[in-house]
Write a protein of this length. Structure first.
Ligand SMILES: Cc1cc2nc3c(=O)[nH]c(=O)nc-3n(C[C@H](O)[C@H](O)[C@H](O)COP(=O)(O)OP(=O)(O)OC[C@H]3O[C@@H](n4cnc5c(N)ncnc54)[C@H](O)[C@@H]3O)c2cc1C
Ligand SMILES: Nc1ncnc2c1ncn2[C@@H]1O[C@H](COP(=O)(O)O)[C@@H](O)[C@H]1O
Lengths: 308, 252
């Protein structure tokens, strides 16, 4: 069996963590060919060729794949589909945008956020905000899936797969990129960080988030947020952790001023150690926390930052 | 311009979900059902386009059990003009897959010729996040998913999308498929007079056969299980104890 795996590439840079974790899942399905697509993708393709277990890398570097708009990227993947039984990608916003389009072009269903590969046709995925885990068996001739990276270990590096350039296909020309407003940060990336410190509505304001950021910086952690904190404008959208935001599973997750709604838990309950700090002892977050501390975050967090 | 808004009837987001003991699925009998929250945002956005004079008509469509009438009545009470219900299941536990939903929506689009479709990014029951993108493939239209802002500019739509790194703005040719993210707007509540008025708005009933679409599932549900439970933790009295525990665990 052969698998085509779209590597996660942003602005020419390979996201090694997401891609290598998806490789682990894909290896269970067959020989893995990586597709490196973008306006700059050759370097990322070369780097992806070092991931252990990768058989081959295809590089599609062309201006029309800049910012990986869904229509041209899906058209490219669909044009390659004949040679593969599975088409996969780490479940990033890019892949969630592109792969369902590919699946419909191939007249097959999509499997999103796969958390376990049972066999070539059978997969596990969470539903209802992680309140249930469904095992589904696909009857389609080809499987198109996105892989939830937080549940797989990254494949190692040291491999040296062959790299082949492939031609671009026609761009339907339906959309154009206008601009990106991306947060610049020296902090680790949220989905691959070993430690995440998240703030909720309890933080109260954008300025107050500095309390969270100081603790994060002390720990070399990424910063996350609840939906309420994002909706209130305290934190940018890309910090949202949860059912409809990012899914994280760091070694340590510190939830501060977050009540613990099921939609938030969906994005962090697989963290190895969870710490909750909340002034309300009844807050549901304490039910999933390994260590809970009842207190005012504006007293607790500065003290914690100092003592760590 | 006509705007088509697909709305799904799902378990209310506040309800505690229970997995059925026999592992066949989640118990949906006698639980509170509501419009998928992302679809409320979609209806709101469509109505705002109408209020701004950029759309003439808002048509809500739902696919599922007969009871999805209620969901459509909610859309009508919020301000949609008319509704189409495609009755494709008779058991509330039967979920119609995004590919089949997209095929039905494509058939509705062929008849209705909307200039824009606004749907939700994700249904909070199956958590698939796929229908809009699939519909865009079947229609061959542009797609703009995870919309944070939407501006119609002549024959184009400019959409800021919520992506992993922040916001990405794209300009798509109309007709197009847009899916909503949480920050696009805050949906209104239907007022009592509008709920009354909605009862008189047209709600047409169809079946998949009317459109010649096979809604048979491609995915067989083998089993539905409870997620692994976390072992109970402990409460600590102060910061010093917390620091000591974390050091002991070796996580800091
Ligand atoms: C369709 C949909 C999708 C959603 N997706 C997500 C998602 O992806 N991620 C997500 O997080 N949510 C999501 N939600 C929202 C979710 O239901 C909750 O509303 C949200 O998580 C609540 O955020 P919060 O805990 O910060 O706020 P609240 O529930 O308001 O909790 C704030 C907490 O802060 C505590 N607090 C206040 N002041 C202090 C203080 N000084 N010191 C200590 N503690 C303090 C309070 O005791 C309280 O427990 C979604 C909801 C819907 C409907
Ligand atoms: N059965 C349905 N009826 C109407 N709209 C639906 C249905 N299923 C999905 N949709 C639309 O597609 C969006 C995404 O759903 P999904 O792809 O299932 O996560 C929803 O927010 C709705 O706008």
């Amino acid at each position: 069996m052969a698998v085509l795996l779209m590597a996660e590439i942003n602005d020419g840079h390979l996201s090694m963590d997401a891609t290598a974790k998806a490789v682990t899942a894909a290896q269970a399905l067959g020989d893995v060919t990586i597709l490196a697509v973008g306006s700059k993708a050759a370097e990322a393709g070369k780097e992806a060729a070092t991931i252990e277990g990768v058989a081959k890398v295809l590089v599609a570097e062309d201006a029309r794949y800049g910012h990986r708009l869904a229509e041209p990227t899906a058209a490219l993947i669909a044009s390659l589909a004949d040679d593969y039984d599975h088409i996969a990608a780490p479940a990033t916003t890019d892949a969630k945008n592109i792969l369902p389009r590919v699946a419909a072009m191939l007249d097959v269903m999509i499997l999103t956020d796969v958390t376990a590969v049972v066999d070539a046709d059978t997969f596990e995925r969470p539903i209802y905000a992680g309140n249930a885990v469904q095992t589904v068996k696909s009857k389609d001739p080809k499987k198109v899936l996105t892989i939830r990276t937080s549940t797989f270990d990254a494949a190692g590096t040291g491999g040296s797969a062959s790299v082949e350039e492939i031609a671009a296909v026609d761009d339907p020309g339906l959309s154009e990129w206008v601009e990106d407003k991306l947060a610049e940060s020296d902090r680790p990336e949220l989905t691959s960080a070993g430690i995440v410190v998240s703030g909720g509505r309890g933080i109260g304001s954008e300025e107050n988030f500095a309390v969270i950021e100081k603790l994060a910086d002390k720990l070399g952690a990424a910063v996350g947020a609840s939906r309420a904190a994002v909706d209130s404008g305290f934190a940018p959208n890309d910090w949202q952790v949860g059912q409809t935001g990012k899914v994280v599973a760091p070694d340590l997750y510190i939830a501060v001023g977050i009540s613990g709604a099921i939609q938030h838990l969906a994005g962090m309950k697989d963290s190895k150690v969870i710490v909750a700090i909340n002034k309300d002892e009844e807050a549901p977050i304490f039910q999933v926390a390994d260590y809970g501390l009842v207190g005012d975050l504006f007293e607790v967090i500065p003290e914690l930052t100092e003592k760590l | 311009m006509k705007v088509l808004v697909p709305v799904k009837r799902v378990i209310d987001y506040n309800v505690k979900v229970r997995v059925k003991a026999d592992g066949t699925g989640v118990d949906l009998a006698n639980v509170k059902m509501s419009m998928n929250p992302f679809d409320e945002i979609a209806v709101e956005e469509a109505i705002r386009l109408k209020e701004a004079g950029k759309a003439e008509e808002v048509v809500a469509v739902s696919i599922g059990v007969k009871q999805a009438q209620e969901t459509l009545r909610t859309a009508l009470a919020m301000g949609a003009d008319r509704a189409i219900l495609i009755v494709a299941a008779d058991d509330v536990h039967q979920d119609i897959e995004p590919l089949a939903v997209a095929k039905l929506l494509k058939a509705v689009i062929d008849e209705e010729q909307p200039g824009l479709v606004i749907g939700g990014k994700q249904a909070i029951d199956n958590d698939l996040n796929a229908t809009g993108q699939m519909l865009a493939a079947l229609t061959g239209w542009a797609q703009a998913t995870n919309a944070n802002t939407l501006d119609i500019d002549g024959d184009h739509a400019v959409v800021a999308r919520e992506v992993d790194g922040g916001l990405q703005t794209i300009k798509v040719k109309m007709p197009a498929i847009v899916t909503t993210d949480l920050r696009l707007n805050e949906p209104r509540y239907a007022s009592l007079p509008n709920i009354m008025k909605a009862k008189k708005k047209p709600l047409e009933e169809k079946t998949p056969e009317d459109y010649g679409v096979d809604v048979g599932p491609r995915l067989e549900v083998v089993k539905t299980a409870e997620p692994p439970e976390r072992a109970a933790g402990e409460m600590v009295a102060d910061v010093d104890t917390l620091v000591a525990k974390l050091k002991e665990k070796g996580v800091v």
